[in-house]
Design a protein around this ligand. Structure first.
Ligand SMILES: [Ca+2]
Ligand SMILES: [Ca+2]
Length: 403
């Protein structure tokens, strides 16, 4: 009986010119995630990744292994830039003489090591709609906090720079200087062969989530990310024109993530491939997912000047030369403008973390491995956790600063 009905419908559909496929219980509608067929899609601009800020279970993130060392493990001069789009703000930033002031923001890029800064760590987060960027090495650190509201539902270009020689740090939003400060000097790359009690998070560079899943006091980013480029130079010291096209690969590009795969769990590194990533999918809603909304679509990002604070950009050192005076104008937010360029840094002029795919793994087990355990500094920054009840666990293991 069913067959007769089916054929009847098909004939009717064929006669009336209607695609009968939609009436037959054949194949479900194509899923929103398409396979990447660059040539098959009209004016394809690729994809971006949409994260949901689940911040748990090692999911809803992209993980890039950096130890044994990969090119993405920058630690000398570097620039990290990307596009983001969100309206989900929240989180807090504690600018000042701590490199962990960003960890209570919604983490966008996480290269933290659990506890104190050890050889070095850093991270970028969104807090109250503004960019928060911290760098630490040992007990020395600095967190700077931008002023522009970037959580306005439009694509925004973010760039952070860090210089090894004098610790100069800067944030740029849509090419405009947004904050600056002076952090630790020297090499802050992930210490090669470093032993850790957190092997699933420490030796990774993580996009879109707080890497250790410590809890709600350390939230994860919810929103879109695209075209993350990591360079081993300070690309910007003064205002620049916001890019209108995907970041290029050049001699200073050590890793580049276009998120144009469109499916699967492999995240390609467009800059030579030495630092591929893995997409860890899950949560509710489950993320990250590929979306066709990119900064390079028909709707060009409008340079929204929603800046609420213009950090006297004069700070920008005239040139990227080695010894420039401690960049003065720390953003007015910083209560402690003291330049803590103290750190007994390992090397003066840190070597660009890498140039080749794999620089001798475990090559430097020598530099006296610091006191066995990653000192978990109970820095004051942790207190911010609004309404976060201190669990006994956290108190027991001085996890107060996840750091
Ligand atoms: Ca893309
Ligand atoms: Ca840390």
């Amino acid at each position: 009986m069913r067959n007769y009905r089916l054929w009847f419908v098909r004939i009717l559909a064929a006669l009336s010119g209607v695609a009968f496929l939609v009436l037959t219980p054949v194949a479900p509608a194509a899923p929103p995630v398409q396979s990447a067929h660059p040539g098959a899609e009209p004016a394809s601009t690729g994809y971006a990744l949409r994260f949901y800020g689940n911040g748990t279970g090692d999911i809803d993130r992209v993980k890039v292994r950096i130890d044994p060392p990969t090119p993405a493990d920058v630690g000398g001069d570097f620039t990290i830039e990307f596009w983001m789009k969100t309206t989900a703000s929240g989180g807090t930033c504690s600018p000042g003489a701590s490199g962990d002031g960003w960890i209570t923001g919604r983490t966008i890029i996480d290269r933290d090591v659990y506890g104190g800064g050890d050889h070095g760590d850093y991270g970028i987060a969104l807090a109250s709609g503004r960019i928060c960027f911290g760098v630490a090495q040992g007990s020395s650190g600095r967190t700077i906090y931008g002023g522009a509201n970037v959580a306005n539902g439009q694509w925004r270009h973010i760039a952070v720079t860090r210089r090894a020689s004098d610790g100069q740090m800067q944030i740029f939003v849509d090419g405009q200087p947004d904050a600056s400060g002076t952090g630790p000097t020297g090499d802050i790359s992930y210490r090669n062969g470093r032993s850790t009690s957190y092997p699933n998070s420490d030796p990774y560079l993580v996009f879109g989530a707080e890497k250790h899943d410590i809890g709600s006091a350390y939230p994860s980013y919810s929103g879109l990310l695209d075209d993350i480029r990591i360079s081993n130079v300070v690309r910007y010291t003064v205002a620049f024109t916001r890019p209108a096209t995907p970041h290029a690969v050049d001699g200073s590009t050590v890793a580049l993530y276009r998120f144009d795969e469109g499916s699967g769990t492999t995240i390609n590194d467009a800059a030579g491939g030495g630092s591929p990533g893995v997409l860890r999918f899950g949560g509710s809603p489950a993320g990250p997912v590929y979306v066709t909304d990119t900064p390079f679509g028909s709707t060009l990002p409008s340079p929204t000047p929603t800046r609420t604070f213009t950090p006297t950009s004069s700070a920008s050192a005239p040139s990227a030369t080695a010894t420039s005076p401690p960049a003065t104008p720390t953003p007015t937010y910083t209560a402690t403008p003291t330049s803590s360029a103290s750190a007994p840094s390992a090397t003066a002029t840190s070597p660009p973390a890498s140039a080749t795919a794999t620089s001798s793994p475990g090559s430097n087990p020598l530099p006296s491995p610091p006191p066995s355990t990653p000192t978990r500094t109970a820095s004051p920054t942790a207190t911010t956790g609004s309404g976060s009840t201190l669990t006994p666990v956290r108190l027991f293991l001085p996890l107060i600063t996840r750091p």
